[in-house]
Design a protein around this ligand. Sequence first.
Ligand code: FPP
Length: 254
Amino acid sequence: MIIIFKFIKDKLTKKSIEREIDIEKAPKHVGIIMDGHGRWAKKRGLPRSAGHRAGAQKLRVITEYAKSLGVKYITAYAFSTENWKRPKAEVDSLMELLLEYLRDRDQLAGKDVIIRVIGDRSALSDEINREIDIVEECTKDREGLVLYLAINYGGRQEIVRAVKDLSKQLKDGEISGEDITEQMISDRLYTPDVPDVDLIIRPSGELRLSNFLLWQSAYSEFWFSDINWPEFTEKDFAGAILDYQNRNRRFGGV
Ligand code: FPP
């Protein structure tokens, strides 16, 4: 059965999928766990860094396309709090790539995209922090989609940060423990004004969340695919949006 569905899907064109999409029902917030860069590079006899570069290029293509499908926010997982465990040479090359893309904001996300960074910036170099400030300032008045780049980001670390903030207010007597609500945690996350993530896309065949948007994904829909991120296409993205629209989101109701 799955093979028949896959066959039908493969026969569809990007245009025919787009015709089925109802922009009004598009997910407002899409999370992307960019993955499979190393495997993509290995298949081509290239260094892992080439895979990361191809992944970064793909982010711009998909971000621009997402805008045309009515998506308002994308959060892309660029570097997790756990990625420091990778060999130093790979971490250094990822930081170099981030710096290069932050310096060239249109290469990062296209012309009409607001770029913001979430994550613990204290471990990032002064140079990267400076470029983040510049890119956020230079894109803040743009209209359209907001791209959140998660750098040195971890969902648990984000929740701990919110709890620490609350505990300070508790200690200062500004709030009492009984008053704490879910909303008060949400308000202390990196993106308090952004709707919870509606759809999380993870390519490359991995079926996990990897500490991504833990709080915000309580009722997210998930879309997995075997395709490595560098070869992910606009058609794949359109397919994910259409699948999302055909799901029945009940949020715990009936
Ligand atoms: C996981 O693939 C990917 C990462 C840990 C890094 C993702 C980062 C980028 C694409 C660069 C982001 C930069 C910008 C400017 C957006 P993997 O390396 O684990 O691949 P594998 O599982 O096939 O080895």
